[in-house]
Design a protein around this ligand. Structure first.
Ligand code: PXG
Length: 288
């Protein structure tokens, strides 16, 4: 595998960053997770845009233009003959001193990795997932805004560990007010009749790119989409529930905190959205 670091392609064993990089020392940096399907990079423009928004929010000046970043992603895919897979874009604050002040960091480090994706087991897509609400709440906007896809993912990792401890793969994270925010690496949706609901971004979620695509697909299907504050009660009494993310795509949820959702099987709207999402990923995206 060839890894892109600061304009060079390096073998995996030589693809290294400094132990003084603030990405490692403090989680100071931003990243993106992108998918390629069928020789095309899905929603590349949106991912690159979000990367620059995250960087802006943490006052990190990415040393290359969005256009050059786009080309770096495509070139890394080509170098690795990747037609289907996962692309990880990382920009760290760069090497600095042991103090946390980023003003000593010389130059941000840009990394692109094009690899295979590890999905949830196929059986989970067919039968649906069992998830739980966990004690760790989502970060406050006023502390570390959940819209920033930063390298500091401990908030989500703690929730993931709590889900694992409960014997499940995913966790619902509430915000400090007790409203549903999102899952550890996915946005969450429910369906009731002809209505589809997802928490508002202000509840404390990443501005999910899959979330945006699914909202558009649902509207095309004639569903009415809204973004009210949602509670656990709303989740328990939904007819359908599913998660969205670049990695997970769309995955049905059939049990939350021991409550069976709807019939206990992936619902008709969820199955239709999964089909439409797959159809779209096959034909749309930036050619590699
Ligand atoms: N919330 C969080 C906290 C995320 O990290 C999403 C929602 C979904 O956003 P997108 O734009 O992907 O629809 C994410 C994204 C992984 C992995 O390796 C995680 C994500 C994406 C790709 C891979 O677990 N999370």
């Amino acid at each position: 595998m060839k890894i892109y670091i600061d304009g060079k392609f390096l073998d995996e064993k030589n693809a290294k960053v400094s132990v003084f990089d603030h990405g490692l020392l403090y989680g100071d940096g931003v990243f993106e997770g992108i998918r390629a399907y069928n020789g095309r990079v899905f929603k590349l423009k949106e991912h690159v845009e979000r990367l620059y928004y995250s960087a802006k929010a943490i006052l990190l000046t990415i040393p290359i233009t969005p256009e050059a970043m786009t080309q770096a992603v495509l070139a890394t895919c080509r170098k690795n003959n990747l037609t289907n897979g996962y692309i990880r874009l990382v920009v760290t604050r760069g090497p600095g001193t042991l103090g946390l002040n980023p003003n000593r960091c010389t130059k941000p480090c840009v990394i692109v990795i094009a690899d295979k994706i590890q999905l949830y087991p196929q059986e989970m897509y067919e039968r649906g997932m069992d998830i739980v609400t966990v004690p760790t709440t989502r970060n406050l906007h006023s502390a570390l805004n959940p819209a920033i896809k930063s390298l500091n993912y401990l908030n989500n990792i703690l929730a993931k560990i709590e889900a694992n401890n409960a014997g499940v793969e995913e966790a619902i994270m509430l915000n400090a007010e007790g409203f549903v925010a999102e899952c550890t690496g996915d946005n969450i949706f429910i369906v009731k009749g002809k209505n589809m609901f997802t928490p508002p971004l202000s509840a404390g979620a990443l501005y999910g790119i899959t979330r945006g695509v699914v909202i558009e697909l649902a509207k095309e299907m004639g569903l009415t989409v809204s973004e009210p504050n949602l509670t656990r009660y709303d989740m328990f009494n939904a007819e359908e529930c599913f998660l969205t993310g670049t990695g997970a795509e769309l995955i049905p949820v059939v049990k939350i905190d021991g409550r069976v959702i709807g019939t206990g099987q992936p619902g008709a709207a969820t199955r239709s959205l999964i089909e439409r999402y797959h159809a779209l990923t096959k034909v749309s995206g930036e050619p590699i």
